[in-house]
Design a protein around this ligand. Sequence first.
Ligand code: 9A6
Length: 268
Amino acid sequence: SQKKAWSLSNFDIGRMLGRGKFGNVYMAREKESKFVVALKVLFKKQVFADNVEHQVRREIEIQSHLRHPHILRLYGYFHDNERIYLILEYAPEGTLFKELTKQPNRRFPEKQTSIYIKSLASALIYLHEKEVIHRDIKPENLLLGHKGELKIADFGWSVQEPNSRRHTLCGTVDYLSPEMVSGKTHTKSVDIWCLGVLMYELLVGYAPFVDREIKETYKKILKLDYKLPDYVSKAAAHLLGKLLVVNPEERLPLERVMIHPWINAHKN
Ligand SMILES: Cc1cc(Nc2nc(/C=C/c3ccccc3)nc3cc(N4CCN(C)CC4)ccc23)n[nH]1
């Protein structure tokens, strides 16, 4: 809800948090309230050059109406001659990508992974109810709140962390679903595939179909060619087998993910 007309003079700008394809993200504080936000700056020249202006409008329109504990808030936006500014919720614990690299063996324990996956599934159910799909939920686009809770933070932009591990400009191909690799349109079910790819990456430390050659990754995706290390539990392997399914119609519905035994094992 764009109640107030914001401008740069309302904010003290802090440190740069990350470098995006269309501009950078800074910590900022609203002067009157001292409320800390993240300010995402998009350069109009870059946005128009890449002809994504309609996408920016759509993303702002969608994101500003979403209210969910695991989806990063967009509080408002404003622009000047050169830039568009998005006023975003500040997530104080950084990106899941960074947290993953800090873990022993660069992978999360199964209990922690199940908590992340359950949060994401509930956010995706909410998004699907609002007919919003394909939030590319890779670790670079997931942030952590002050209690370490997960927040989907993407606007559909491929954001490159300063030392991001994936250097393809359009974001990694590791998360592409078979239907997208074969150029079909994507439906909500693409998010269930991406949830499976993310679950694998958090448990193992790298994506299931990763390869040096993009063409090889595509082949592996289409053939469902991935290996499960033996330390992955049977229950986790069972859920992965229900998410990483080539036929979009056969993937486990998100409501079923929420009640899967592996997801709720940490309850007891
Ligand atoms: C939109 C947003 C970001 C955000 N918070 C943070 N973003 C990014 C990195 C952001 C980024 C942006 C563009 C491209 C790549 C990364 N890094 C962060 C790093 C943080 N720290 C402090 C906590 N440390 C454990 C890790 C480093 C804290 C918040 C961060 N809240 N809301």
